[in-house]
Design a protein around this ligand. Structure first.
Ligand code: 26Q
Length: 832
């Protein structure tokens, strides 16, 4: 039995924050009156949420301050996580969980006659991210604080997060997510750390007293970066780190100059331009080349963060640059912050007056780069003329980095022009492009992928030439998810059952303890309790689905869930083809003995991604027909939940029976939804792609449904010349459902509605091999449907999935980063 309280002090669950229900209730009432000027009689649910948030903020602020002074006093090394996205979701409930105040707050609100869950729903999601990459950054912050690592997450305080999605006639409509409209109790402004940011202009040079040419940048304009800190409370509240998010503002000087010259409107325009930079998150989760504002966002938050890091460093270490890499580790979350490499060079060489070689030595010791994609078309590139206009000095520095790098390449391969062209940071063409991934590899000491398969494929494909020259840089860090949010907060029923069964409450910090659940996998009593919790969660989700989609779900049906961004490579349309197949089968034989199914989707499409939007429309249209067809007696339901976000994920995941992870093999770098779902007892149906490979290793082949082509098969089939028409002609079911989709049946009078979807498969090459995987997917789905009929078998599978997910705690991932890449020491709080 895992009861680690005495042998594992780090796992001890003593919370640093303490408060009684009565004290907490009084604090809420105090804030309601003093901070919000509200009487309890007139308070709205939002007022109550805000007062509760302020009360918990008071409780953690002491820990926040003591963490900062401890990190400062010890002059410890810190890791700085640079990410353009943080998909945090709601903060209050998770902060309550991590500070140990959840029961206290629940009790306090109950004494006030309020429904805790309803009050918590007043908080708007902090949706400053697109999907997996942004959510990973959020999970990492939670783990860093929980494990007592000194860390700061840097990013942008977007005024508008990812767009809000609704449906009109089944089609996606986007509207702005004005999440900050009424402010947030979790953002603390730090005006004293405001920094200046230059933009545009030209490079001038002066000859130094020693006869060296020293270039410097004369920017054409300047703006300000104002930092807002969001506290990140570790589980147990021993360490409270923070996210520092930058807001762009116009400088007063700029306004005044233009104003004095009579250019009032110009002044206002410039102010608006400056403040546009942090206005909105780009809604693409694959690179969209060519948006200059995006490059400005990247540079803006990178220079703000680096200036902040250098300020902090100097305060403690003066100009002792020799120790910089002993105090600072910087992780680049994809190439989005890669401009940090030339920017740190500029700050060292031009501003601090360090020589090039010494600066480069420090830089390459400080930076590490995480890659999140294998799709070559998604690798970020910026046109050289853009750089020239926006960041002329950085362009020079990139050219210098490249020249030195290519000299190194030449020293290995000789004057092999092919090799040099392949490895150059600058891609020839018109216009020339800066390859940000190459810049990141050259400027970092570590390059990692996010799942074992992905890291392997990186070495074999997109970064092969780099791997050959510097194999020691390449490593894997399989992603993880925080069990605090994704089990303890999201699935309280299951969390309580685990605590009771293991007779231990330390598992949220030590997920390996879950392995001890294995011995209950066959225990009838435990199975019953486990499946009762699942059913309760399904009842709750069914209510949400009814409210949001108007669709009635049967809690005894299989809840089959696909929640992720909408992408052809993720193949939501393969799922749709199976739904059509089942529907047809039922129409042919309404009494067919199939397990009733509820297919549940959540997915946003990038606003400019037409085919993704066509797939959404198709799913909604088919859903509408199926849900209203009395002939199939409710055996099949399809619900597309609008505006999928972190909060909805927390409602959906605990209620899922089946997790759809059906990307084309070799395309999904990792996938993290797959981990949250399996932890909550959903059985994966998936391809051998990304993290699925490692999930299979952990749960064993009896507890997962694997189907389809693997990476080798995909490559082979491509090489042979894949022709989707052959698969269509050879498979009557596939043919039937694809033809059905464009018939009058689903969209009377508009048979061309889903032509793009059909054509993408039959006429445009079926790039993601939907046709090739169709039959094998249907077979796996049918097998899964059969397996569900055996309740004991299903319960065992679900329990074993929960028990065997410990590898995928983001604590494990962060420990690996800390040891292998950052060489970072923990700084635990002083004893209480
Ligand atoms: C870049 C330039 C311009 C505009 C947008 C972008 C952009 C923005 C976001 C490009 C990519 C993203 C996000 C990518 C992402 O979420 N990738 C996912 O990362 C997860 C965490 O590692 C993996 O689990 C997923 O497999 C991967 O798709």
């Amino acid at each position: 039995m895992a009861k680690k309280t005495s042998s594992n002090p780090a796992g001890e669950c003593k919370f640093f924050v303490k408060s009684s229900v009565k004290e907490f209730k009084n604090a809420i009432l105090w804030h309601l009156e003093r901070s919000l000027a509200r009487s309890s009689v007139r308070a709205t649910p939002r007022d109550w949420w805000l007062a509760t948030a302020l009360a918990v903020r008071d409780e953690i602020i002491g820990r926040f301050i003591s963490t900062m002074s401890r990190q400062y006093d010890s002059n410890a090394k810190r890791v700085y996580y640079l990410s353009l996205e943080y998909l945090m979701g709601r903060l209050t409930e998770d902060t309550l969980t991590n500070s140990g105040l959840l029961d206290v707050a629940r009790g306090a609100l109950k004494e006030l006659d309020l429904d805790f869950d309803a009050i918590m729903k007043s908080e708007v999601d902090m949706g400053l991210g697109n999907g997996g990459l942004g959510r990973l950054a959020a999970c990492f912050q939670d783990s860093l604080a929980t494990l007592d690592y000194p860390a700061v997450g840097y990013g942008i305080l977007y005024e508008f997060g990812l767009f809000t999605q609704s449906f009109d006639g089944g089609r996606q409509i986007e509207s702005p997510d004005n999440w900050l409209k009424f402010g947030s109790p979790w953002d603390i402004v730090r005006p004293e750390y405001t920094v200046k940011v230059g933009i545009g202009g030209r490079v001038e040079g002066t000859m130094s007293s020693t006869g060296d040419w020293s270039p410097h940048w004369i920017p054409a304009g300047e703006l300000l970066g104002v930092p807002w800190d969001v506290p990140v409370v570790g589980y147990g509240a021993g360490t409270v780190n923070f996210l520092r998010l930058w807001e762009s503002r116009a400088t007063n000087e700029l306004d005044l100059n233009a104003f004095n010259n009579g250019g009032y409107t110009q002044a206002v325009h410039q102010k608006a331009m400056s403040e546009t930079i942090s206005k909105v998150l780009y809604p693409n989760d694959k690179t969209e080349n060519g948006k200059i504002l995006r490059l400005m966002q990247q540079y803006f938050f990178v220079t703000c963060s680096l200036q902040d890091i250098i300020r902090r460093f100097k305060k403690l270490n003066g100009n002792n640059w020799d120790v910089f890499a002993e105090k600072v580790a910087i992780q680049l979350n994809d190439t989005h912050p890669a401009i940090a490499i030339p920017e740190l060079m500029r700050l060292f060489v031009d501003v601090e007056g360090l020589g090039w070689d010494r600066s480069w030595e420090i830089c390459t010791h400080v930076f590490a780069y995480t890659n999140h994609t294998l799709l070559p078309e998604a690798l970020e590139k910026w046109a050289v003329p853009f750089f020239e206009k926006l960041l002329p000095r950085h362009l020079q520095i990139i050219y210098e980095i490249n020249a030195r790098w290519l000299r190194h390449v030449e020293s290995i391969y000789g004057a092999d022009s092919d090799k040099i062209a392949h490895l150059s940071i600058i891609e020839e063409g018109s216009p020339k492009m800066v390859r940000m991934a190459y810049l990141s590899v050259v400027g970092s000491h570590s390059v990692n992928g996010v799942a074992a398969l992905h890291s392997q494929l990186l070495k074999e494909s997109v970064l092969r030439d780099f791997y050959q020259i510097t194999p020691e840089k390449f490593n894997n860090k399989t992603n993880g998810i925080t069990p605090r949010r994704w089990l303890k907060t999201a699935n309280e029923g299951l969390a309580d059952l685990i605590t009771q069964t293991l007779k231990s409450d330390t598992w949220p910090k030590n997920l390996d303890e879950l392995k001890d659940l294995e011995k209950f996998a066959d225990d009838f009593d435990f199975q019953k309790k486990y499946m009762k919790i699942k059913r309760d969660n399904k009842v709750r989700l069914a209510k949400i689905v009814k409210d949001l989609c108007g669709v009635e779900l049967d809690p005894d049906a299989i809840f089959d869930v696909q929640i992720k961004r909408l992408h052809e490579y993720k193949r939501q349309h393969l799922n749709l083809l199976y739904i059509l197949t089942l529907y047809r089968r039922l129409l042919h034989n309404p009494d067919a003995d199939i397990s009733p199914r509820a297919f549940i989707f959540g997915a946003k499409a990038a606003p400019g991604y037409d085919l993704a939007k066509n797939i959404i429309w198709a799913i909604n249209t088919v859903a509408n027909v199926i849900n209203n067809d009395p002939r199939i007696k409710g055996k099949l339901k399809v619900a597309f939940i609008p505006n999928y976000n972190v909060s909805l994920a927390m409602d959906i995941i605990p209620a899922a029976d089946v997790s759809e992870q059906i990307s084309t093999a070799g395309k999904e770098a990792s996938g993290t939804g797959t981990m949250t779902l399996a932890l909550n007892g959903a059985i994966t149906i998936g391809t051998l792609d990304g993290a699925n490979v490692e999930i299979l290793e952990e749960v064993g082949q009896d507890n997962i449904f694997i189907f389809g082509l693997n990476v080798d098969d995909v490559q082979k089939l491509k090489a042979e010349g894949y022709n989707p028409r052959n698969w269509y002609d050879a498979n009557p079911n596939l043919k039937a459902v694809l033809d059905w989709l464009v018939s009058d049946y689903f969209m009377p009078g508009n048979t061309s509605a889903f032509e793009p979807l059909r054509k993408s498969l039959l006429d445009w090459g079926d790039q993601f091999m939907v046709c090739a995987d169709y039959q094998s997917y249907c077979d796996a789905q049918d097998e899964l449907g059969e397996a569900y009929k055996d309740k004991a078998r299903w319960a065992k599978m679900a329990i074993l999935n929960t028990a065997r997910m410990s590898k995928f705690s983001s604590d494990r991932t962060i420990e690996e980063y800390a040891q292998d890449i950052w060489h970072l020491e923990k700084l635990p709080p002083r004893a209480k």
